[in-house]
Design a protein around this ligand. Structure first.
Ligand SMILES: [Zn+2]
Length: 457
């Protein structure tokens, strides 16, 4: 998510507009870096080789890059020492880095290593800004607790909870402290803050969700069905290419697993939209091809004779044919009929997905002079964070905020001294003079992905 998609001011804009000091490190939607009253290190700072405006002021960049280089050097030592992740395994991952690895533990290690490195850098940037006292408010976003929980939750979950689906108990027991250690690192900025604590310090810790085990999420390799039906052909493997690639001359239908959505979408050609169907096929030809796909898909049946797929319709924008598979009948013991041939469902199933899952309940911890001690909040949401931050800064809230100040968390005398004020609105996001118009192509890709995942319409 880039800042170009933000319609309203971020908290760092509001604080800057009101001459309040603020520095921001790695926060969501903070690229392109805007001119603020402190230092802004955008969430996309790691991609500074290909993107512009990844930090403000730009004069900071050489110093930050030096820190980043230091982190690269110490990274593998830390991973080996504190996470039992040894360099050999990392190089295994790197060889297949284009997402080609099949052994999930190797790719888990690579993904975690990447995100943990960014967090390590951000923690060092935080320590630098805190030591320089460039601004008295710093917002820091860390991500590796999330990625650790996705990738390694199964290593900590007891066997009864993960349905005995654990694939490798040796690896599981070796990695069962990854999540805990990721949280320990995330806490280190807190230690340095607590050391220089004064009565005026406020700390707000937010995690917008927690984690739980996702039982039994089995994914189905639909392309195996398509190739069994003769609708999809692969080119023979060759040594240069670690992947099998699709033979489009002999392929009528393909499922793109990178585009998860509600229905099973079968595309007739990856360039369908780009190449313009008239150039690719005549309408007559296209209808014939679609008829073949529909007939073949209808021939896939469960053992009881009922079809596995029901046809939903055609997505006219993408040209994809949409099907709803009756996945509830698929398990390792099921047998499918593909044409006249029996086909064990276990050939299609990969699972379970080795991931923890988000739960709705998150964490909010408030600490400081204005807040009650030992009080347990009964209701609060992530929308309350900006209002709380503004209240601490003696700034009003606005009517268009979804959240509010968690009044029950405040000491009564602090509240009566400074009752929350309301204004109509802080207005829309504005382009600061520092910021030039940015390429929108990144945003279009992001929007497509968010739509596919169902986050936006
Ligand atoms: Zn997540």
């Amino acid at each position: 998510m880039s800042g170009n998609l933000r319609k309203v001011k971020a908290f760092w804009n509001i604080l800057t507009d009101n001459n309040k000091p603020v520095s921001v490190i790695g926060w969501w939607a903070s690229w392109p870096a805007e001119k603020i009253s402190g230092v802004l290190i955008a969430d996309l700072f790691p991609f500074r080789d290909t993107l512009q405006q990844t930090c403000f002021p730009v004069t900071m960049q050489p110093h930050l890059e030096q820190i980043s280089d230091n982190c690269s050097r110490e990274l593998d030592t830390i991973l080996a020492r504190d996470f039992s992740i040894v360099p050999d395994e990392i190089s295994l991952y790197n060889e297949g880095e284009r997402g080609l690895t099949t052994v999930s533990d190797q790719s888990n290690i690579g993904l975690f290593r990447r995100d943990f490195k960014y967090d390590l850098e951000k923690i060092h940037y935080f320590n630098l800004l805190a030591a320089q006292q460039k601004s008295s408010q710093i917002a820091l976003f860390l991500n590796s607790t999330d990625i650790a929980s996705h990738l390694f939750y199964r290593c900590t979950a007891p066997a009864h909870e993960n349905g005995n689906w654990s694939t490798d108990s040796e690896l599981d027991s070796r990695f069962n402290r990854v999540i805990e250690q990721a949280y320990r690192y995330a806490e280190t900025p807190l230690h340095s803050m607590l050391e220089q604590m004064s009565d005026l310090v406020h700390i707000c810790i937010v995690s917008d969700h927690g984690f739980t085990f996702v039982p039994y999420t089995v994914t189905v390799s639909w392309n195996i069905v398509l190739s069994e039906l003769g609708l999809l052909s692969y080119l023979p493997e060759n040594n240069d290419q670690k992947f099998r690639s699709i033979d489009w001359d002999r392929t009528l239908a393909y499922y793109d697993p990178r585009k998860p959505r509600q229905y099973l979408a079968i595309t007739m050609n990856p360039d369908f939209v780009a190449t313009n169907q008239q150039h690719q096929y005549s309408n007559h030809d296209l209808h014939q091809r679609e008829a073949i796909v529909l007939k073949n898909m209808a021939s896939v049946r469960l053992a009881d004779g009922r079809p596995l797929f029901s046809f939903i319709g055609k997505d006219n924008a993408s040209g994809e044919l949409l099907f709803e598979p009756r996945t509830e009948f698929l398990d390792n013991t099921a047998t499918l009929l593909v044409g006249n041939k029996e086909f064990p469902a276990s050939n299609l199933l990969q699972g379970p997905r080795l991931s923890g899952g988000h739960r709705k309940e998150g964490i909010i911890l408030l600490w400081g002079a204005g807040f009650k001690q030992g009080h347990r909040l009964t209701t609060s949401t992530t929308y309350d964070v900006t209002p709380t931050l503004l209240w601490v800064n003696n700034l009003p809230l606005s009517h268009d905020f979804k959240g509010s100040v968690p009044v029950e968390a405040m000491k009564p005398n602090a509240l009566s001294r400074r009752p929350p004020q309301l204004i109509e609105s802080y207005g829309p996001r504005q382009l600061h003079e520092f910021q030039t118009a940015m390429s929108e192509s990144v945003d279009d890709q992001i929007k497509t992905k968010l739509k596919a995942l169902g986050y936006i319409n």
